[in-house]
Design a protein around this ligand. Structure first.
Ligand code: ZN
Length: 183
């Protein structure tokens, strides 16, 4: 940093403004009852954990109600967590939902399916390297956590089919071999 870091008070006010802008209802109602405060406090911990795992500042992470997923509790269904990470240098955003197989330790990256454009889970992420493995242009296999459940894709999506077998090693003269599906 080349400029003087703002003091705690300034950063705190800035954080309140950011929350009020991004999630006005959730922020305003966090003191309404024990459940809303518990959710707010729990999500604050989620923010710290995700920020640490992905090596981003805590103010790059925001947890809001998931508009599409709810979870049952003793007092009824509650909205799930939708975790949005905004990369400070680029402004790119990544969206995650909790991975309930390892609560608080890994998350499921959402993205558009390349086959049908539905928003699906594309990778399981516990550490920066998992995100990197998913994004790595040199990776030649689909990640093991790819979601092939047809129920999450649009009908007829070909991306839910098993990936094609790896091509054989280059033969002596494979020139001109068509890779098209002939459609
Ligand atoms: Zn699909």
């Amino acid at each position: 940093m080349t400029t003087t870091s703002p003091g705690l008070a300034e950063r705190a006010v800035r954080a309140a403004h950011a929350h009020r802008a991004a999630d006005p209802d959730g922020f305003r109602r966090r003191h309404d009852n024990p459940e809303t405060w518990n959710r707010w406090a729990r999500r604050a911990r989620v923010v710290r954990t995700v920020a640490t795992a992905l090596h981003v500042p805590v103010d790059a992470v925001l947890v809001t109600d998931d508009p599409h997923r709810t979870y049952p509790t003793r007092t009824g269904d509650v909205p799930g967590d939708l975790i949005t990470v905004t990369d400070p240098p680029t402004g790119s955003t990544w969206r995650f939902i909790p991975d309930h197989t390892t609560p608080g330790q890994s998350w499921l990256l959402l993205d558009r399916c390349p086959g049908c454009d539905a928003e699906v889970v594309v990778a399981r992420v516990a550490a920066l390297a998992d995100l990197g493995d998913h994004l790595d242009p040199d990776r030649d296999t689909r990640p093991a956590s790819w979601n092939p459940d047809p129920a999450d894709h649009r009908p007829g999506c070909t991306a839910t089919e098993p990936p094609p077998p790896r091509p054989p090693p280059p033969a002596a003269t494979a020139k001109g071999r068509s890779k098209g599906r002939g459609l």
